[in-house]
Design a protein around this ligand. Sequence first.
Ligand SMILES: [Zn+2]
Length: 231
Amino acid sequence: MLKDSWGSTYDGRPTPQSDQEKIRERVWAGESLEQAMQAVSPDSYVKQKAEFLQNVSAVYRELLLLLGEEPDSSALKGTPDRIARFWDEFIHYEPGNIGTTFDSVQHDQMVVIKDIPFFSLCAHHLLPIVGVVHVGYLAADTIIGLSKIPRIVQKHAHRLQLQEQLANDVATELMEHVPDALGVGVYIEARHFCMSMRGIRSEGSMVTSVMKGNFQQLEVKTEFFTMAGVG
Ligand SMILES: [Zn+2]
């Protein structure tokens, strides 16, 4: 038996970890839940995925019947399976590595990534939201890799969303990766199909912005809007 620095004894063997713990550890280290599940327990991952596709497909077959359609007709044969694969692709979207940061060369530098296109689905009607996001932050000592910001946007767009929530999610996650940023701004302009396909059937874009930290100050906000070409 050995003694560690706290005086506890152990037999030198690592404590066995549950799959759940292993998955949690990999997610903390930067892997997505999908990647971690696949790596830790590939068999149950494959089983869960098959079950997901089967269950979603069954629900859509039921829906087609409720809509008065014939799911086995030549046009609709395969439709429930196709929509199930769409949901799998949409909900289990893989944004890739988000966390890479670097030391900033210049203190107080505004970084703006504009016109990041996105597609999402509205949480109220499950109809598409299509638009662009402009993201800015004022870097202190840390900057985030340029491709990471669009990845953050895609990650949060790939779930049922509300535009205000999306703006907030993107701002919050960016602040988590660049905690010393002096401020963050997110500006979203999007069309909601629930406005154009139903209800008032009107075209029009909705604009939302979230300002955190010193982006709440007028001059910083104005600089962001000018750099993004909006406002
Ligand atoms: Zn809606």
